[in-house]
Design a protein around this ligand. Structure first.
Ligand code: PAF
Length: 292
């Protein structure tokens, strides 16, 4: 069993037009390939919700901060296609960089507000690159629904904002982060970790969950996060870019746990940058305590 591959917008649009003629509902799962269980969970969720699922595979040069990072990014189209076929995804769209950004390409989609701070502060231009390619993928596929992982939580906000602001008629569905058995959030970057780094890596998630539990139990946000930063450093992470509590709804910074929040972290283990986050739904007790 093989998954059909479309390499041009024309091929993709012809397939979508045929589905549309039959009144079928279409979803898109945008990826940069190197598919892992996290991506596959998005595809499964899409297959449950709609009739036809497009998976896109494009290592988007505009969202990388360094040429070395772009060059090092795994390219595994053959393996990716083999993982998708048994799930029943309908088309793998693999555009060429020269087709996505032909000579003279001059448009950037830039989302303000939700891109401030967090990854936006450390990866200049990254979210412009993401927003630009995601807007193109939405318009090229014409999908009714798009699926994104919560692991890239700031990206999820960027994508929701751009779809709303540009009146792109697409529903954005967020799916929970998929974790390894030891708690490490799945990421294409995990493959870069040495065996000893791989052993240390899950401590990040453990510390994050522990801090979230303490804050939900009424501990001070700032003091708990200070302690968590020390614990992350002690676990072997060489640099913590951020560890912050932000509002679930609009990513506004929170110093009191008085509404639903997300605890978000980015830290480096050797040369590998890992991110993770945990949801902190408001609990009556916590709200009362913060307000008292
Ligand atoms: O999350 C990703 O893999 C990428 O940022 C995305 C959404 C596919 C855009 O290139």
């Amino acid at each position: 069993m093989r998954i059909p591959i479309a390499r041009t917008v024309a091929e993709l649009r012809a397939a979508v037009a045929a589905w549309r003629q039959n009144g079928l509902k279409v979803a898109v799962v945008p990826t940069m390939g190197a598919l892992h269980e996290g991506h596959l969970s998005l595809v499964r969720a899409a297959l449950e919700k709609v009739d036809r699922v497009i998976v896109t595979l494009f290592v988007n040069p505009k969202q990388f901060n360094s040429a070395a990072d772009l060059a090092a990014y795994p390219r595994t189209e053959h393996e990716d296609a083999a993982k998708l076929a048994p799930l029943g995804a309908h088309i793998l769209y693999v555009p060429d960089a020269a087709d996505m950004y032909p000579e003279g390409f001059a448009t950037t989609v830039s989302v303000n507000g939700v891109t401030e701070g967090l990854c936006g502060a450390y990866r200049p231009g990254h979210f412009d690159g993401v927003a630009t390619v995601v807007a193109k993928l939405f318009l090229q596929t014409g999908a009714d629904v798009a699926f994104f992982g919560e692991k890239d939580f700031q990206q999820l906000h960027v994508v929701r904002r751009l779809a709303r602001d540009l009146d792109i008629p697409i529903e954005i569905v967020a799916c929970p982060t998929v974790r390894e058995e030891d708690g490490l959030a799945m990421s294409s970057r995990n493959a870069r970790l040495s065996p000893s780094q791989r052993q240390a890596a899950p401590k990040l998630a453990a510390i994050l969950f522990e801090a979230a539990a303490r804050i939900a139990g009424g501990a001070s946000v700032d003091a708990t996060l200070d302690e968590a930063r020390s614990a992350i450093a002690a676990a072997g992470y060489v640099r913590i870019e951020y560890l912050e509590l932000r509002a679930e709804e609009d990513l506004a910074p929170m110093h009191m746990f008085d509404r639903p929040g997300r605890l978000l972290v980015a830290a480096w283990l050797g040369d590998t940058r890992l991110i993770d986050n945990v949801a902190m739904p408001a609990r009556q007790g916590a709200i009362t305590r913060a307000a008292a």
